[in-house]
Every structure is written in structure tokens, then in C-alpha cells.
Design a protein around this ligand. Structure first.
Ligand code: FO1
Length: 322
């Protein structure tokens, strides 16, 4: 059944999933769709691993390890212990229960199933009320050109702990990728009210989504307000390498840089109170709130702020049309 109203959130992993959970909690059941980065996906030990999709699945399914923000709370590591004993690569932690998803996904993809379809089934089994939409059904890999050579995302992020200096990024496979029919249905639906860019890393997590040919145009053509939540608080990233990468790419870690990065796509920006002084200089509507999302109440507050800005923009558009 098509919901009466829909909000689409664009998300990477841990930080994005926090806001997605906030959105899910403040919206009526079934009204959230999440468009998820798959540039972090890789094949490891012969298994197809989709960390951001699984982080959303576990977070919205209520089984995530809340301390780390990824993986499951109820997890054991017998497989990893034995892999280590056998001298296998142990830098990427795969819990025993988590492993089942990777095995099943790999088996079903090899049998010709689409990632979108099998993730929807996983989501149903985890009791997720929102729609989880991979950014594409064909593989796209975020590759980082670093001082240590070209690195696949998980090798940069987990194995090397984001240490190598980043010179450039590219998204291998993006040119062949396409927005899925499931996503286009959401974007073409009259029920769509707003698009929210979660405070995920703009370069590592949102750019791969926007690199899919036709994605930017399809988001814009939806005609609804597009709001970004800044991943920076007072020039620093809450978690992860956003500020470090911005500095290495020669970009100032400021709200102005986030606004100009998303220029032509977004209509408004949610900033932390710590950045309120920057608001006036930005050529777009801004709403300030505390954007740190430690508790569930924080996530709901940031979600409500993003929706409030979207609603205000919709109303002012309706007034100017009248
Ligand atoms: N993050 C880590 O920091 N270390 C890990 O060993 C690790 C394993 C892992 C396994 C499955 C999964 O779905 C996620 C995992 N992550 C791990 C998180 C992941 O690397 C990042 O959260 C995202 O790719 C960044 O958005």
C-alpha cells in the first residue's frame, strides 16, 4: 500500500542511521524511505558485504550495537576467533550472526537476485517499518587516492583507520549504475514531502549516491524541499574523518563549505547552534538546533528540525504560487 506521505533520507552508515531512526520515530509508520550509500560495499573472504545498508537494517531493526553504531548487540565472534587461529585476515570484524546476512546476500546475488529485493526481504524479517533502498543494484566502489596508493573504502576506513592522507576520490562503477525503479517510484510519487540529506560524510557517503547518473536530476525533479543536516559542529565532525578529509582536500571545515558542496541540490541547511554565526552568510534558509545525536531524544529533535525546515519551505513555496 502506498503511504499517504513519504520522506526520503539519504544516508551513509552510523551517523546517517542515527538521524534515520529519529525520522522513523517522529513520522507515522511506513512514511520513511532511506536511500543508502553502497560505495562502502566490498567483497571480503568471498562475501558481499554492504556495511551501510546493514547498519541501517540493524539500527531500524532495533538490534544494533549502540556503543559502536554498527554490527549487532547480540553477537558472538566464534568465526573470527577461528579465522585468526587459521592465519586468515582478521582486520574486518564479522560477527557470527552478522555473517549470515553476508552469506545469504552473496548466495542470492550470485543467483541473479537484485540487491534492492533481497534487502527489502531482510528488512521485513527484522521488522523494519521503513523502506531501505540501495543507491543502485550494480556495484559501485568508493576508491581513495591516498599517499599509501589507491585504497578501497574499508581498507582505508577500517584497516588503516583513516590514517593515509587523501588526495582525491572516485566512484568506480558509478557510470554504469542507475537509480532503481523502487527509488524512482518514491521520487515520482505525489506522496513525497521532503528529501533529507543525513549528516553523513558528504564526500565519502553522500557523493557516491549523487555520482549515480541521473540521481541528482531525479532528486531535483521531485520538486520537494531538499534539506541537508550539516555533519559539522563548530568546524569538527562528531565522528569519522569528515573534517580531516576536508582539510586534506584543501576545503575549510565550515558550514559555508557544506552549503557550497551541495549547491544546486539543497534548499535549506540544518546547523548546530555552535555554527549559528555562519547562518547569515549562507545564501539559503537555515535552522539551528543542537545537532549532536547521543540519545534517542536528540535524534528525534534533529529529525523534527529537518522536517520543520522542509515544511516551512513547502509553505512559503505554496504562498508564492498563490
Ligand atoms: N567498522 C570498524 O571500525 N571495524 C570493523 O571491523 C567493522 C566491521 C564491520 C562489519 C560489518 C559491517 O556491516 C560494518 C562493519 N564496520 C566496521 C563498520 C563500517 O566499516 C563503517 O561503519 C562504514 O562502512 C562507514 O559508514
Amino acid at each position: 500500500m502506498t503511504p499517504a506521505s513519504t520522506v526520503l533520507a539519504l544516508s551513509g552508515g552510523v551517523g546517517g542511521a542515527k538521524l534515520a531512526l529519529g525520522l522513523e520515530r517522529v513520522l507515522p509508520a511506513g512514511e520513511l524511505a532511506v536511500l543508502v550509500n553502497t560505495g562502502d560495499d566490498f567483497t571480503h573472504l568471498g562475501l558481499r558485504i554492504c556495511p551501510d545498508l546493514d547498519t541501517l537494517l540493524y539500527t531500524l531493526g532495533g538490534v544494533v550495537h549502540t556503543g559502536q553504531g554498527w554490527g549487532r548487540a547480540d553477537e558472538s565472534f566464534g568465526f573470527m576467533e577461528e579465522l585468526r587461529r587459521q592465519g586468515g585476515p582478521d582486520w574486518f570484524l564479522l560477527g557470527d550472526r552478522d555473517l549470515v546476512l553476508h552469506v545469504e546476500r552473496t548466495r542470492r546475488l550470485a543467483a541473479g537476485e537484485r540487491l534492492t529485493v533481497l534487502m527489502a526481504e531482510f528488512a521485513q524479517r527484522f521488522g523494519v517499518r521503513s523502506r531501505l533502498l540501495p543507491m543502485s543494484d550494480t556495484p559501485v566502489a568508493t576508491l581513495l587516492d591516498t599517499e599509501a596508493g589507491e585504497l578501497e573504502f574499508q581498507h582505508y576506513f577500517v584497516r588503516l583507520r583513516c590514517t593515509p592522507q587523501v588526495r582525491a576520490l572516485r566512484f568506480a562503477g558509478a557510470a554504469q549504475a542507475r537509480p532503481t525503479d523502487e527509488l524512482l517510484n518514491v521520487l515520482h510519487s505525489k506522496a513525497l514531502q521532503a528529501v533529507i540529506l543525513c549528516p553523513s560524510n558528504p564526500y565519502l557517503s553522500i557523493d557516491p549516491i549523487l555520482a549515480v547518473p541521473g540521481m541528482r536530476a531525479a532528486l531535483r525533479a521531485s520538486g520537494v524541499p531538499i534539506i541537508a543536516v550539516s555533519p559539522l559542529i563548530g568546524g569538527r565532525a562528531v565522528k569519522g574523518p569528515t573534517a580531516k578529509i576536508m582539510q586534506e582536500l584543501g576545503i575549510e571545515a565550515s558550514p559555508a563549505s557544506i552549503a557550497s558542496h551541495y549547491a544546486g541540490l539543497i534548499d535549506g541547511l540544518v546547523l548546530d547552534h555552535a555554527d549559528a554565526a555562519h547562518a547569515e552568510a549562507l545564501a539559503m534558509p537555515v535552522l539551528c538546533t543542537d545537532t549532536l545525536m547521543s540519545t534517542l531524544a536528540d535524534r528525534e529533535r534533529v529529525a523534527a528540525a529537518a522536517l520543520e525546515l522542509a515544511t516551512a519551505l513547502s509553505r512559503s513555496r505554496a504562498r508564492s504560487r498563490a
